[in-house]
Structures are given as structure tokens and as C-alpha cells.
Design a protein around this ligand. Structure first.
Ligand code: PXG
Length: 465
């Protein structure tokens, strides 16, 4: 029998490996390498149990937009928890934070979006949206409109409907997904799908045309909605070409297909606007918006669906209930924290700072990083950015999967004191919106060191000369 682990840290890690099933984690890998234990955070920094300081350039999982250690957020939740930690919003009841947050969201949402349905997270926001648009079409006496179209490589969550809606091949490979009546078109990724000599505008129109073709192939009378993220986050920070989103919008209008913007990542300032669809590079007016993450800066779970005039009027004008809801829909403690988060974003002028200073600086520094021999093709919008790792940058030859270049780089980043996310061979970041110029310089400096270390490791493995 192996000896019992001695240090408290070792004991915790052993307990975790033995009893904790982790999301999206290779169990074998976890046994070989116990998980890193994160113990505290302040501002844009987190610390592990060995007191190793790490810049959290991923804002947790795209959510800790105001950074760690905000007592104003914690106190807002605490005040509400002491007064009324929980009550529900079913059966003709409400609470003060739920009512006030609904009104606050209606005020910042794009014009015409006056109502919100609360959920606990982004997955249940998307599930709710799927049920809501199908119910809407039933109320409009077009019950055949059930099909929801989205894009390959999109991530929309992990419930059955959200995973079906998403276009992640690895998720569809398990458990018989997607469910019926979900359909996926190609993502507008020019680096991958652009033709030689094709202009950005031509690619944008060709990529949007895939939606038109799909709607016609299915039959518009069967299509309920099209769902897109303004910038595909977990898919690897895929920024659409200029004009794509507008072209998508007019195709949806032409076929009377509802347009949904999944703002779970792009909402609440990630692109420098309350919602990503308001960024001038996107510039669309969706019928529905799903959100989560940044609404509470990740301090407590909360999500929801913002409902535009067209759907809202049909849902509220006709008698009968929408037979849907969660115990924690409109959870008062989470809503109280969200109100404090919105207040801080507004009064500290975080969005303006992102638009005018931080985001342009981040994009500029990522362009600098792309001079590294291993990395190229800087892409990004707002406070999201990506680089691609190439085996041969001049000819854009990718590494074979076995090289595990992205994972090597992700580990090298951690060891160099910065969190980056690997999506295949794209290295991506989404730093807290409150990152300063100095914080970004430090992140970029550590990423540069990590790229050097990755290059050395790839050489040792025989993947680079
Ligand atoms: N929509 C989008 C666009 C998302 O990014 C969800 C929905 C689901 O939200 P919840 O709250 O149910 O997780 C997400 C979540 C990653 C990563 O590694 C991304 C997400 C979640 C976990 C990991 O990039 N996005």
C-alpha cells in the first residue's frame, strides 16, 4: 500500500483526485499530475498553494471582469443574504433585487429589450432560449418552426440542449448528441476557410451565405432561430470578418428567422460595450440575448435571456404560462451582487476605459507578440485576443496534434506566471476589464517567456529544428 500523503496540500490533492470528477479534464492526466490548487485572488492576480503568483489573463473562465477581492460586490451579496438569502420568483412573487436587476438590465440592453428571464448560468440561459423561441412560434401558430441553426466549433454550454446547440464535435461524440432539430453551419474563420486572393468582404458575404443556403435547404417554415456569439470565445476567439454579422442579420429578417446573440462571454464590457452586438464591428439588433458570467463578474452564478419587443409582446400578450423556470431563477443574493457589479462597471467607467485605452493597447501588444518565431496571426476584439502557434510560420504549417504544442504552451504560461487558454494550437486570453497598461505589459512579458520555453520544449521533442 502506498504511504498516506503528509502535507495538507498533498492530502487535498489526493482527495480531489480520488473523489472529484472535473469538467473537461482527462482523468488519466489528473492522476499523473494532481491539480494545481488555487487559494486566493486579488485584482488581476491569483495565488496557488505554493504561493506562486499568477496573472489571471483568462478572468477565471471569461467571467471575473472586475477582478478579484472586490469588497463592494461581496458586501452587496452579504447584506442581501442576511436580510433574505433566498426566495423564489414563481407563482406571483418577486424580490427586491430581482425586480431591480430586471429594470437595470432593461435600461442598459439594446433598444426594445424590455424583459428578462433569469437562469443560473449560460447553459440554462441557452436552454431557456431554445424553449422560449419554440414556444413563441407555437403561439404564432407556426409550430413547425423548431430548427435552431448555429455554427460549428461554437460553445453554448453543456446541458443537452446547449451542447446540441453548440458545434463542438467532441461533445457531440458522446451520448448521442445533437438532439433532433439542431443544425450547424461553418464558422466565419477566414484563417481556416478563406480562399486565396479572396477579400475580407467577399469572405464575409460567402460565409453569411452558408446560413441562407442552410435555411433554404431545411425550409424557412421549419427554422425557428439562428444563434451566434459576436466573437466566438471558447472556439478560440474567432472574430468574424467585417460585414458578416450584418449580412447574417438581413438573411434572418428575410426568412423571418429569429436572431439570437449569445453574450455569455461578450456581454458586460468584454468588447467595450454592454453587449457585444453593439460593437461597431458587429452592429446587429438581435431578437434575444443570452447572458451569464460577467453579469456578476463570476462572484456568484447568474444568467438569463433578454427578450426583445417582438418575442416579448407575443409571450406576454397571449394568456397562459411559459411552463419553464428554475428554483434559482432571480436568486436574490445573486441579483443583489449583479446590481453592485453593474453599478461599479458604470460608475468606474470601465467600458469607456476598455474602449479607449485597454483594448487597443492589448491588441497592439498582441501584435508585438506575434513577432515571436513560434506565434503568428494575432486576432482579437475588445478584451479578447488570440495567437496561433505554427511549426513553420512562413508557410503557415501547423504542428501535428501529437506535438501538443498548445498544451505545452499552456503549461509554460502557468509556470511563467500567467494563465492562457489553449484551443488546439490557438493561444487565447481574455483579461479582466480592470487590467491596467502595466498589468497587460506584465502579461505580455510572461507570455513571451512562455513562448520561448514552449519553443525549447518543442525542440527537445523533435517538433522544431
Ligand atoms: N455560451 C457561451 C458563449 C459560453 O462561452 C456558455 C454559453 C455556458 O455557460 P455556463 O455558465 O453554463 O458555463 C459559455 C461558457 C472555456 C470555457 O474553457 C468556456 C465556457 C465555459 C467553460 C469553459 O473556454 N463558456
Amino acid at each position: 500500500m502506498s504511504e498516506a500523503p503528509k502535507r495538507p496540500l498533498d492530502r487535498l490533492q489526493a482527495a480531489d483526485v480520488a473523489h472529484h470528477l472535473h469538467p473537461f479534464t482527462d482523468a488519466d492526466e489528473l492522476r499523473r499530475r494532481p491539480p494545481r490548487l488555487i487559494v486566493r485572488g486579488q485584482g488581476v492576480r491569483i495565488w496557488d498553494a505554493d504561493d506562486h503568483e499568477i496573472l489571471d489573463a483568462m478572468s477565471g473562465l471569461w467571467c471575473v471582469n472586475l477582478g478579484y477581492g472586490r469588497t463592494d460586490l461581496v458586501e452587496a451579496a452579504q447584506r442581501q443574504m442576511l436580510r433574505l438569502p433566498y426566495y423564489n420568483t414563481f407563482f406571483q412573487t418577486t424580490t427586491e433585487p430581482a425586480a431591480r436587476l430586471a429594470a437595470a438590465l432593461a435600461r442598459i440592453a439594446p433598444p426594445g429589450m424590455r424583459q428578462v428571464f433569469f437562469t443560473e448560468c449560460g447553459s440554462t440561459a441557452n436552454d431557456t432560449m431554445v424553449r422560449m423561441v419554440r414556444h413563441y412560434w407555437e403561439l404564432r401558430r407556426q409550430p413547425l418552426r423548431k430548427v435552431i441553426i448555429s455554427r460549428r466549433n461554437a460553445y453554448h454550454g453543456s446541458t443537452l440542449a446547449a451542447a446540441s446547440l453548440g458545434g463542438m464535435a467532441s461533445m457531440h461524440a458522446q451520448g448521442g448528441l445533437p438532439l433532433p432539430d439542431f443544425s450547424h453551419i461553418e464558422q466565419p474563420h477566414r484563417l481556416q476557410l478563406g480562399l486565396p486572393g479572396e477579400s475580407e468582404q467577399d469572405f464575409a458575404l460567402r460565409a453569411a451565405g452558408w446560413l441562407d443556403e442552410r435555411i433554404r435547404a431545411i425550409g424557412a417554415e421549419r427554422v425557428a432561430a439562428f444563434v451566434l456569439e459576436p466573437v466566438q470565445g471558447a472556439g478560440g476567439v474567432i472574430v468574424p470578418p467585417a460585414g458578416y454579422a450584418r449580412a447574417i442579420e438581413s438573411i434572418c429578417r428575410r426568412h423571418q428567422v429569429l436572431l439570437v446573440s449569445d453574450e455569455v462571454i461578450c456581454g458586460f464590457g468584454r468588447l467595450g460595450y454592454w453587449f457585444g452586438c453593439q460593437h461597431p464591428a458587429i452592429d446587429i439588433e438581435p431578437d434575444l440575448i443570452t447572458f451569464a458570467k460577467g453579469v456578476t463578474s463570476g462572484y456568484l452564478p447568474l444568467g438569463g435571456v433578454l427578450v426583445g419587443a417582438e418575442v416579448g409582446e407575443v409571450l406576454s400578450a397571449r394568456a397562459g404560462e411559459f411552463a419553464h423556470g428554475f428554483t434559482y431563477s432571480g436568486h436574490p443574493s445573486c441579483c443583489a451582487l449583479a446590481l453592485a457589479n453593474l453599478h461599479a462597471l458604470e460608475h468606474e467607467q470601465v467600458l469607456q476605459q476598455v474602449r479607449q485605452v485597454t483594448a487597443p493597447y492589448l491588441q497592439q501588444r498582441f501584435a508585438d507578440l506575434a513577432r515571436h518565431p513560434l506565434a503568428g496571426d494575432p486576432e482579437g476584439l475588445g478584451m479578447t485576443a488570440a495567437l496561433t502557434l505554427w511549426q513553420d510560420k512562413a508557410t503557415r504549417r501547423p504542428f501535428p496534434d501529437e506535438a501538443r504544442a498548445g498544451l505545452l504552451c499552456r503549461d509554460a504560461c502557468f509556470d511563467s506566471g500567467v494563465v492562457m487558454r489553449a484551443v488546439g494550437q490557438r493561444m487565447i486570453i481574455a483579461p479582466p476589464l480592470v487590467s491596467t497598461i502595466d498589468d497587460i505589459d506584465r502579461m505580455v512579458e510572461r507570455i513571451g517567456i512562455a513562448l520561448d520555453r514552449t519553443q525549447q520544449a518543442l525542440r527537445r521533442g523533435g517538433w522544431l529544428r
